[in-house]
Unconditional design. Structure first.
Length: 300
């Protein structure tokens, strides 16, 4: 039997960070997308604060290009828990700020999420936003502190972050500054899946093998959707696939898979040597610094 005692240490660290966030900030929020990492965060928050109510609402930045399965799971989870959900619409921010959408075959609204997030922070006076980013996902995220400070404009400067020694977290910020909190920074994708299996945490069906119509694009499988119009030259296939990460339908590729159980998914992850974002997120491959550029503007 595999020893998962190390997961207890990761859980303890995450719970400590969540409790410190609730103690040090006046108006935190937990960013929730319906993806596995944000679902894990909700589970950890319940372990940290139940039987009481969560000391912060769930905040979803809705791009309008979401997978329907993720939205349905989000709404059911919130209903089951009886917690507060705030939904900030990217569509509303586009109209409010007269934003220009990304053009092209697979137009992503990921960069535009920044405006919606900053609108939500301003409207609700949030001083901390808890996110599910992990350092193993992408090199820009590896630079993040657990308490990552953003300035008056929501911008991140990686060279001006505070040291975090001996698990001491400093939540003191200037007025109008904001902190992004990352309780599962030190987890890996495999850690997340092992913890999900250990605690039998429910996930959207997207994460398990299912048949889906996809466009073959640069060797990747991108699901057909109302947001993408197949071209006459496209190769359209029906494949057994699953998703390693869940973002916009327009920029998140599926991976070929027949894995329908947690054990099978974990076995797949053990064998891969490509990160989940590196394998499936089209918008991260615009340039080597794509994620860092977005984060400097206020992205998650």
């Amino acid at each position: 039997m595999q020893d998962h005692s190390y997961l207890t240490h990761l859980e303890d660290e995450a719970i400590y960070i969540l409790r410190e966030t609730a103690a040090q900030f006046e108006k935190p929020a937990l960013l929730f997308s319906g993806g596995k990492d944000s679902i894990l965060l909700v589970h950890l928050a319940l372990r940290a604060f139940r039987p009481g109510k969560l000391p912060f609402p769930l905040l979803h930045i809705d791009t309008g290009h979401n997978f329907p399965e993720a939205i349905a799971f989000r709404d059911q989870l919130v209903a089951d828990l009886g917690e507060r959900l705030i939904v900030e619409s990217v569509e509303d921010s586009i109209k409010r700020h007269h934003l220009k959408e990304t053009q092209g075959r697979f137009p992503s609204r990921n960069a535009l999420q920044t405006y919606a997030l900053l609108d939500a922070i301003a409207a609700n006076e949030f001083d901390a936003c808890i996110g599910g980013a992990r350092r193993d996902e992408e090199k820009a995220r590896a630079k993040e502190r657990i308490f990552s400070v953003r300035d008056d404009f929501g911008q991140w400067e990686p060279k001006l972050q505070r040291p975090e020694l001996w698990n001491i977290l400093n939540g003191k910020i200037q007025k109008h500054h904001n902190v992004r909190v990352f309780p599962i920074s030190n987890w890996t994708e495999l850690d997340v899946w092992n913890y999900i299996r250990l605690h039998n945490i429910a996930l959207p069906s997207l994460y398990f093998a299912h048949q889906r119509q996809c466009i073959v694009y640069q060797g990747k499988l991108v699901a057909t959707s109302p947001f993408i119009t197949p071209q006459p030259t496209d190769t359209v296939v029906h494949e057994w696939v699953r998703y390693r990460t869940v973002g916009d339908m327009t920029c998140t590729a599926a991976v070929p898979s027949k894995s329908t159980t947690l054990d099978e998914v974990i076995a797949e992850i053990v064998q891969t040597n490509i990160s989940e974002r590196g394998q499936t997120r089209l918008d991260d491959q615009v340039s080597e610094a794509a994620m860092e550029d977005r984060k400097k503007q206020g992205y998650f």
